[in-house]
Design a protein. Structure first.
Length: 141
């Protein structure tokens, strides 16, 4: 039996403002945007360009409890980890595009890491893994 995590749901205030951030500032791509009902609910799936991994499903908050969690789905901790082949390049491009970084790139034992926030305040690690800690080495052992 084989299982894979294929989607992660991310609470958003508005589909279109979230798409503007993820597509316009981070360069993600829209994989699907399908209306689900007459009340504006949509199935919106995005991912980094050329990614073959997990995708994000943008889920518009539908009640006050969900609204309260927008931007704080991981209680202030880093929620998502985005790999990069060049953290410094992405840091410079995204800073120019208006992305807020709470930590500039630093070199750590497991790789080069910068921390940014999405438009709602969810924290992301942008990480360029060291060769020793890369997923490639994990699966070749």
């Amino acid at each position: 039996m084989q299982h894979n995590i294929i989607h992660i749901s991310l609470l958003v205030n508005d589909y279109d403002e979230a798409l503007e951030f993820y597509l316009g500032k981070l360069g993600f791509e829209l994989l699907e945007d399908t209306p689900l009902d007459d009340h504006g609910k949509r199935w919106v799936v995005i991912a980094p360009k050329h990614s073959q991994g997990v995708t994000l499903v943008l889920a518009r908050a539908s009640d006050s409890q969900q609204q309260a969690q927008i931007g704080n789905q991981c209680a202030g901790r880093v929620m998502l980890f985005l790999s990069s082949d060049d953290v410094q390049r992405d840091y410079e491009q995204w800073t120019s595009a208006g992305v807020t970084f709470v930590q500039p790139p630093v070199v750590l034992p497991h790789g080069t890491v910068a921390i940014f926030e999405d438009l709602y305040g969810n924290r992301w690690d942008l990480i360029q893994m060291s060769e020793r800690h890369s997923l490639k080495s994990r699966f070749s052992e």
